[in-house]
Design a protein around this ligand. Structure first.
Ligand code: CTP
Ligand code: MG
Length: 235
């Protein structure tokens, strides 16, 4: 089945504090979103890249060079999950994607995804029958010790949480388009923090594929220096 990258890029990046939405902020002189598009464009196993931007976006057209196998859609919503749900509904209705296609949903803000990690996910989708049925996501086993605080406003450690079997989810997260469409349309989108959680609510168990610690999500201004270092190393 064709592998389609779906890139939600309709956020405002409030925590990043740039002059533009963060996906247009430069890293090594190139917008973050351009780095993300380039990494999917460079992988011959990706058939198409669909970018979801905000309806009122006026940066994309002037800042971004769309790769030849990519399309952009101003269907973004109020939350990440809403942007993805809107995007999938639109892409299916316009027959830009087929229900049986595999969608790799990947944050525009994770622009340092190494090709090796992307290829591990694609290998799982191509070869693992469980991943084909339930979907798959990049994730890394938690390395730090986890603490529970006493109360919402009280940062006193009351408990150490066993990290055995606990993973940190990254993106891409990959699902058959029809499955993710169904999962999102049956969930409370305001409660959904990643795509896999919507699919888990259907009773499925997406495969955990080892991600990469370089696959950071740029969230705060401090993250830029590390991202530029990773991008330089990958060049
Ligand atoms: N996103 C989206 N639509 C939204 C909100 C977020 O498409 N309504 C996208 C962002 O553009 C980003 C990804 O989802 O690529 C991950 O979200 P996050 O890192 O939280 O980005 P923002 O929501 O833009 O940042 P912040 O939460 O700091 O405002
Ligand atoms: Mg956000």
């Amino acid at each position: 089945m064709p592998h389609i990258a779906l890139i939600p890029a309709a956020g405002i990046g409030s925590r990043y504090g740039a002059a533009t939405p963060k996906q247009y902020a430069p890293l090594l002189g190139t917008p973050m979103l351009q780095h993300t598009l380039n990494l999917f464009a460079a992988n011959p196993r990706i058939a198409h890249i669909a970018v979801i931007i905000a309806p009122a976006d006026h940066w994309f057209a002037q800042a971004i060079t769309l790769p030849p196998n990519a399309s952009v859609h101003p269907q973004g919503g109020d939350t990440r999950a809403q942007s993805i749900a809107n995007g999938i509904a639109h892409l299916l209705a316009q027959r830009i994607i087929q229900p049986s296609d595999t969608l790799l949903v990947h944050d525009a803000a994770r622009c340092c995804l190494p090709q090796s990690a992307l290829n591990r996910l694609l290998d799982a989708l191509d070869n693992d029958p469980h991943a084909q049925q339930h979907g798959a996501l990049l994730a890394i086993p938690v390395a730090d010790t986890l603490k529970r605080q006493a109360a919402p406003q009280l940062a006193h450690s009351v408990q150490t949480i066993p990290r055995e079997g606990i993973w940190q989810a990254q993106t891409p997260q990959a699902f058959q388009a029809a499955l993710l469409h169904r999962a999102l349309s049956q969930s409370d989108l305001s409660q959904i923090t990643d795509d896999a959680s919507a699919v888990e609510q259907l009773g499925l168990q997406p495969a955990l594929v080892t991600g990469d610690s370089r696959n950071i999500k740029l969230t705060r201004p401090d993250d830029a220096a590390l991202a530029e270092y990773f991008l330089q190393q990958a060049a």
